[in-house]
Structure formats: C-alpha cells, structure tokens
Design a protein around this ligand. Sequence first.
Ligand SMILES: CC(C)[C@H](C(=O)O)[C@@H](O)C(=O)O
Ligand code: SF4
Length: 785
Amino acid sequence: MTFSSFRETSGPRTLYDKVFDAHVVHKDDDGSYLLYIDRHIIHEVTSPQAFEGLENADRKVRRRDCTLATVDHNIPTESRKDFESIDTFIKQADSRLQVKTLEKNVKTHNVPYFGMTDPRQGIVHTIGPEQGFTLPGTTVVCGDSHTSTHGAFGSLAFGIGTSEVEHVLATQTIIQARSKNMRINVPGKLNPGVTSKDLILHIIGQIGTAGGTGCVIEFAGEAIESLSMEARMSMCNMSIEAGARAGMIKPDETTFKYTKGRPLAPKGAEWVKAIKYWKTLHSDEGAHFDYDITIKAEDVMPTITWGTSPQDALPISGSVPDPAKENDPIRKAGMERALKYMGLEPNTPLKSIKIDKVFIGSCTNARIEDLRNASAVVKGHKLADNVIQAMVVPGSGLVKAQAEREGLDKIFEEAGFEWREAGCSMCLGMNPDILQPHERCASTSNRNFEGRQGALARTHLMSPAMAAAAGIYGHFVDIRDHKYRDNDIPAVAVTSESESESESLEGKAYEHDEPIQPSEATEEVANDELKDIPAATTAVKKSQAPTASGMKPFVKLDGLAAPLDKANVDTDAIIPKQFLKTIKRTGLKNGLFYELRFVKDEQGKDKETDFVLNVNPWRKAEVLVVTGDNFGCGSSREHAPWALKDFGIKSIIAPSFGDIFYNNSFKNGLLPIRIEQSVILEKLIPIAQKGGNLVIDLPNQNISDSEGTVLVEHFDIEPFRKHCLVNGLDDIGLTLQKETFITEYETRRRDIYSFLEGGSSLLRFDNIPKKKFNATTFSIVHEKW
Ligand SMILES: CC(C)[C@H](C(=O)O)[C@@H](O)C(=O)O
Ligand code: SF4
C-alpha cells in the first residue's frame, strides 16, 4: 500500500513536506493548496464568531468526528467540589457567556465536548495528545497559536484564526501556502538540570522571536531524540514564540509508546498499519532545508527570561543586560523599555532577583512530568516568606487525577502551594487568576509580554523545576544548586514516559470498543444553561451578520499614514486579553493598543496617552507604517485585525509579520504589506510622520504618495490572496466549489489512513457525572472507566 497520493517532488523530502503532501486535496494554478484537516480542536474564545458565521450561511459542521471541543481559557481554577452550574460557578459574566455559547454550539452541531463536569476537560493542547486524538502524521489545527504543541508527534499542527476555524468547520480543509523548511539540530546530551524548556528558551534567545518566520521547524538530533513526549511537546509548543508556523519532531519509539493505548489511538490491525505509515515519517537523507541551524546541547544552561519577549532569555548564571552596551538604536530603546517595565536595573545578577508569585501551569508545562519535576524540588520545603502566592494548575483533569494518585498535590500543598483545577489560568489571566501591577512571577508559561499575566505584571519564563525552586528560595536560583530532599532528583531531561502513567492510560478506563455518541452529558448542561445567551447570538439576522463571507473588495487605498516605531508588536499588545471575551467580531475599537493608548486617572478612568493613534491627525489613520520586524507576533487572536479594522486601519506596512496575524488580516480585508526596513525608514516613515497620505494600489502592487510619486514600485503578495481581496471573495464559498476534490480525498483517506476514522466520535460519554462532582467522585469514576 502506498501511503501518499500527492508528491510535490520526486527527490528526498523533509518530514514537513511528507505530511503536507499527504494532505493535499487540491493545488490551484496560483500555487495555493487546499489541505485536509484530520483533527480540529475548539475552545470557547476563538469559536463563537465561527459558529455564528457557519449558522448565518446555513452551513454544517462537516466532520464532527474530526472535531473536539473543550473549555479552558476563561474558566475559574478554584475547586469544583461544590460545582452546581456554570451560572453559579463562573462569576465573570463575559467569561460565562463564552463558555455557555460554546456549550450551545457543541450541542447544536453535536460536537464531542469535554465540559467543566467532565474529568477529561483541560487545556486544548493537553487533551488532544492525552486522548490520542493527536496522532503522528496528522494535520491538527485549533484557533490557538500553541497548536504547534502537537507537532511533537510528527504531526503538522498550527494555530488558525476564527475565520479559519469557520472554514475548517464547514469544509474540513484549509487554504495554505507551503512554508519553508528549517531544521534545528541539537547534537549531544543535555546537561543535568537542563530541561526542554531551557533548551527552547535558549534557542529562541539565539534565533529571536522572528527567527522562524515563514518556516516550519523540525527539531532533530540526539538531544531531541532522547526527550520524552512531554518534553517534546514543551519544545514544539514554543516554536510559535520563535515565529515559526509550526514545530515538528519525527515520530519514533517514544512517540509510539506514548500513543499506544490512548482512548483514540488505533487498535489491533489498524495500529499495525498506522505504525507502518508512521515509520515513514522522517526527513529523507539529502532533503533540502532552507535553513539548517545547530545548537549544541552542552551549551544550554538552565535558562530564564529577564524582559518582555521570549527572546530575552539568558542562562540563570547571567545578569540583566545593559542597554548602554547595545549599539543598535531600535534594540537599545526596546531594552530600555523592557527594563523599565520589568523594574530591573542593568547588570543585576539574575539569581538575586526576588519574586512575589509562582505559576506552574499552561500548555507548555502542566503535564504530569512537569508536575513531578516541580514537586520533587518542593518536597520537604516551604514557600519563602516573601512569596505571596504559588499556584499549581494541572493541564487537564486527568493530569490532576494522576498527580493526586501519586500524592503530588499533598507535596505542593504542604509546601504552601495552591492546588487548582485544570485550565489556562494565569498564563494569560482571562479568568480571575491574575497578577497585580508590578508583581513579579516565576512562570512556566510561554509568554512574558507586557500585561500578559495582568496589567503591569512582570513575568519571567522558566522550567517547572526552576519556578518551583524560585518559590522555595524567594528569588531565582540555579536548579543545579538546589538540594533535593531524600535524593529525590527527578529525571529532568527524561528519556521516556514513566511506566505508571502509560499503564494508567492503557488501562480499562480508556477502552472504547463500542462507539458511544456524545449525548446526555453535553445535552443536559446545554439545555439548562443557555438562558443568558443574548438573542442576537442564537438568532442573528442574516443581513446584519458579519461573516467571513462577502468582504468589501480592496482595490486602491488613499489613506492617512501613521508611524509606529516598534519591533515585535505582539497581538497581546494589539488587543489585550480582556477584550477577547466578546462573542462578536465588532466593537473592539477602544481595546486597540489599549495598554499603550490609555492610563488610569485618579478616579480609575481611562486617560489617553500621547500614543500616535491618540494624536491628530493620526486618529483618522488608515495605514499603519511600522518600522520594526515581526508585527502581530504571538497569539492567533483574530481580534487583532478586527480591532485594527474597527479603528479604521485598512492596511499595515511592516518589514515582517507574525504568520497567523498575516493570514488573519487577509480574511478580514485588512492588507498587510511586507516592505524592506530600509525602504520604510527612508521613504514611507517621513510621509507618515508628516501626517501625509499613502496610496496603495493593490492590482498594480505599488505604493505612491498623494502626488503620484511612486515610492515602492512593487510589493509581493500571493496571487490567491490578492485575487480574494480585490474581488472581495469568500474563502469558504470558494472552497465549497471544490467539493468533488474534498469527497475524493475523503474516500482515499478512508482507505489509506483508515486508522484515522472514528476520531472523537469514539469517545465515551456514558460514565461522566452529569451535574456535580468532586475530586473523590472524579477519581472513582476515572478508575471505573
Ligand atoms: C486566546 C488565544 C487566541 C490565544 C492564542 O492564540 O495563543 C491564547 O491561547 C494565548 O496564549 O494568547
Ligand atoms: S498559551 Fe496559555 S492561554 Fe494560550 S492555550 Fe496555552 S495555556 Fe492557554
């Protein structure tokens, strides 16, 4: 049997090329591809507008068996012991609305769903692998940038925006351009005390947050091969912080061992067939990589961040850098701003910096191995007196249950840590878990952007062991100096899954021979708790509804240009988390660049700063001219282009863009244009600074001033994107015209990749407590499965 029906080249291929090729449904003459999506995970923040669009266009979820939903970002992490209903449990009205909207949507469309009363609920990127929903060689998408996590299985996994969520729901495909291939080789062995989190922070420190832009990174080499699946997931998780579209690691025995026996992993003959295929998934000898980078394992030390970008990473033995020693003026200004925000003095030894809080959680580091590593540090110690709060938030209900079986909860609690329920929590603080202004946190999460964990809060990223140690000592420490009690040193650069976990996951609890439809559990909750969803969501009038379809054509724009002299503007800065709780695409104007545009006055009211968009004439700007690289990096939130559009911005010019933001912009008729930095500085910025207009001619792909002088003779744009913008075309409508190709692909898929059939529809929902549960019921139910 041949496993692939499409091949771009006859020569050697990379892992990425192989997985990409295997999913090509159709290649258009303009070079864009339609890719089939095997696994689609959904959460409450980025799906409401997608379901709304789907319903307004009278479309259905094409493959509910390829779809899995859960709630994670908004939910409180306090004990659910007394959980009665979402109405009483979620106190924040906007969070509650998002959760209930998801529940309504999964019910309407019969999508398998792990709600708050389901012990399998957890962070999207924890539950996919845990259930065996994520499998080697699959395409995995989610309206979430850290979907890259799933690449640890050799799957092609990437974050998408809400319009694309709608596209996948309707068509089970996505329109993609081919990315470049980057390989990061890590030869040698990691030093004792060094985890995959240190390694990925080190890599980002080296290549920068724009280093992987336009690429899919394959992590390879001895140090990578020796990592456990959990450690690999932490690596791939943060490949988005390196600017990459996705991160991948070739599947091997470690992968197969982790996957075997998971509820949705293939069984019997299908397992044998799957393994045969998965073993072909590696980069061929001689395959071409556009970039090949080597990072020696022995050079990596326990690493933490000092600033407000994940690339601000240094070995723990280092000191806060000194801007006075930086020659590049843009970088120098960035460093000064970061140090001011972080409340740090140049040249301070990192180990002497005191902390206020600890957060052990997030999709990067809240799996069982992470909690084992952190608890081994904590065991027999107490939190330092200056530490106000330390939280441990497991990645899923199952991680929590496993940790409790191993007694880790007790170890943490005895040391003074809080033991919480699963969710995203303080990673971005869409729920009540936030830092207060100026609090400094040792965090195992992945983003240290300004305001990420709370307004004016200070985040330092590090491994679970290092965060736990910071809690014990009250300041950052080199984990290699820590004295473990009882010689209880965990295998931090673990080589394979611990037996106990694999066994529990292979146990009876997860058998699923008889497919059972998701029925009552989903239904009952949804029926009871839809009361406060406004009518507009349940019945939007077609004519009023903003959907992905029918965009206004973008042809020529003659618009006032505003200058923005910044690099690495992340989407958290473009639209902070508190504005993500909407279930609409509009009304985000005031949230745009909120932290930059407003400060609080004495009465606690918003007062405008002198940020460029608050100043005349730029209040009316339609073009944003950015001098620095990597505009729109970070989160996949489509709220970023929505907010820019709401403000009136129609085009953004920058040297480079975050991949997901770039993509999301097109879906909303917002034109991002990549122009070399020297040209921006020389020709465009002077006009923007004067408050002049720029004329962007999309059909002719050039930019002039209002007198007609051509400033940029040619800018690049992929033909398909141009075609859609100029004609205001609806992607989904276009894709649905390719129905024959999609059904043909599905027929082939059923045969060639038969081990993917069934998907989430094989999950059991019969044994889940429906209304109420407590930790004890949980583990009993879990044992019984
Ligand atoms: C809310 C979601 C869109 C976002 C993401 O894409 O990453 C979030 O998970 C984050 O970490 O900022
Ligand atoms: S990065 Fe944080 S907020 Fe985003 S999915 Fe992961 S845990 Fe959730």
